[in-house]
Design a protein around this ligand. Sequence first.
Ligand code: ZN
Ligand code: ZN
Length: 101
Amino acid sequence: MSTTCELCRRVIPTERLDDPQATQQHHLRPEERATSPTVTLCRPCHDQIHATFTNEELRESYDSLDALRDADRLSDYLSWIRGTDKLEIAVETSEHVRRHR
Ligand SMILES: [Zn+2]
Ligand SMILES: [Zn+2]
């Protein structure tokens, strides 16, 4: 059974699911892990989200898939990743996320 990333909507083929990191659960409200809904994402999307937004931003403005899909700061990334089959990318944490760590 293949899995679809709920953000970029790429299908992750079964043979790549042997890698336990190929898909990951993202908590839409990162600081409320116990009660937060989760979505299944490919690793690049998950890395990219946390490199782009602070937990505070995720909680306040991007706690739904629709908000993430429409986010200006993800649009370049999303159009790029949809054209690749990469399941691993080098992510550069944005300056403003680093400041909040
Ligand atoms: Zn994805
Ligand atoms: Zn996450």
